[in-house]
Ligand binder design. Structure first.
Ligand code: GLY
Length: 379
């Protein structure tokens, strides 16, 4: 139990009423889209651009969160529409990477959890089997990308983001009572404990293993500033991802890993509560990433729920600081623009910085519903 103070409870109720007003309007306009970002306040549509894009589950997930909160039928219908659209990816197969968890947990697993839809269960099992098939047995890691994403040889590449795809495997084991999927998830998580988390609690984005021998070859800075730097969204994928692995397995090492990354993250939160895209980026250009703040808040709240009464305060306080900062200075609460959060950033060395990004909106909503205490947990 979180036992929020009264003023925090009032703040949560107030934000949820703003989310409800915002989503009520946006869902009318974007009911036949799968958005990633906005242009002049209008959602784009990945069904027309790239149906295999890794973020294509989040809009459906937002609709399931809203359906759970309000019971309003239209949210379920939009979520169903996005889930149907993703079938093209399963048929095409070649566009899919390790991100199948991000794509089918907030859509098909959500649908199955809420409605018991067996077609959704089948889709999610299909996706789980694709993810399981990406395990490199010798290295004990799940391969991140296929070769068509880059000119590099990525057979030995694993990325910290994959911690958030593992829940699809835990779900598949819990659903089928077949332990193989969870065994694969834990194999990857155990490898990540050693290979991704540094002694100071910061994490690598990309680790390259020798795909034949399994040994670590090198690390890459990935979407952060440089090798050895500290891409903030990567820190949050580890923070929240290890916490979710702990929730599914009860393995103490995962809780300790989540706490270690959380302590590093909290120690680096600037006074103004605005999260940079990399904790070790130069002064200029100084990009921020609102998505990292929202994801970190989700992980910190989950840690607060798992630890003892006297320990939880530090995690809850940090989460509230991040979320209240977003509410006041990085949320667009007007109902005529489609995005919720502004100033999300894809990667330090990328043109798409300080834009709206759909998973920022998703995790902000998830975090606030967690604080309310009646969350639809999709991971
Ligand atoms: N999973 C890719 C990213 O966080 O940008």
């Amino acid at each position: 139990m979180l036992n929020l103070q009264t003023d925090d409870q009032i703040w949560v109720e107030n934000v949820i009423s703003k989310i409800t007003a915002k989503m009520g309007a946006v869902s009318e306009r974007s009911n036949s889209k799968i958005p990633y970002t906005t242009s002049n306040g209008e959602h784009d549509n990945q069904i027309e651009k790239d149906i295999n894009w890794w973020t294509n589950g989040f809009w459906g997930g937002m609709m399931w969160l809203m359906y759970h909160e309000t019971g309003t039928q239209k949210y379920k219908e939009i979520a169903n529409f996005t889930e149907d659209a993703l079938d093209a990816c399963l048929h095409q197969f070649y566009g899919l990477h390790h991100d199948v968890g991000f794509m089918w947990l907030p859509t098909s697993v959500a649908n199955y959890k809420v409605t018991g839809n067996l077609e959704s269960r089948k889709r999610a099992m299909h996706a789980a089997n694709l993810l399981a098939g990406r395990l490199n047995l010798v290295g004990g890691f799940i391969r991140a990308w296929n070769d068509d994403t880059t000119s590099e040889d990525t057979r030995g590449w694993a990325i910290v983001d994959c911690m958030m795809n593992l829940p699809l495997l835990y779900w598949a084991s819990e659903e089928t009572k077949d332990p193989r999927y969870a065994q694969i998830a834990m194999k990857h998580a155990d490898t990540a404990l050693d290979a991704f988390i540094r002694p100071d609690g910061s994490v690598n984005h990309i680790v390259e293993f020798d795909p034949f021998k399994g040994s670590v070859v090198r690390t890459y800075g990935g979407q952060g500033f440089e090798e050895g730097s500290s891409w903030t969204r990567g820190q949050t994928w580890a923070l929240y991802g290890f916490m979710i692995s702990y929730k599914h397995t009860g393995k103490q090492e995962y809780l300790q890993a989540a706490k270690r990354v959380a302590h590093y993250f909290m120690a680096n939160i600037p006074d103004n509560g605005i999260i940079p895209i990399d904790f070790r980026q130069p002064n200029e250009p100084a990009y921020e990433d609102s998505t990292a703040a929202a994801i970190a808040a989700c992980g910190l709240i989950e840690i607060a729920k798992a630890v003892g009464e006297y320990e939880k305060e530090v995690y809850l306080k940090a989460a509230l600081k991040l979320l209240k900062t977003l509410d006041v200075s990085r949320c667009d609460w007007t109902t005529d623009s489609d995005h919720l959060l502004i100033n999300g950033s894809a990667a330090y060395h990328h043109h798409d910085n300080h834009i709206s990004i759909i998973y920022g909106d998703y995790y902000f909503m998830e975090a606030v519903f967690k604080l309310k205490g009646n969350e639809l947990f999709l991971w």
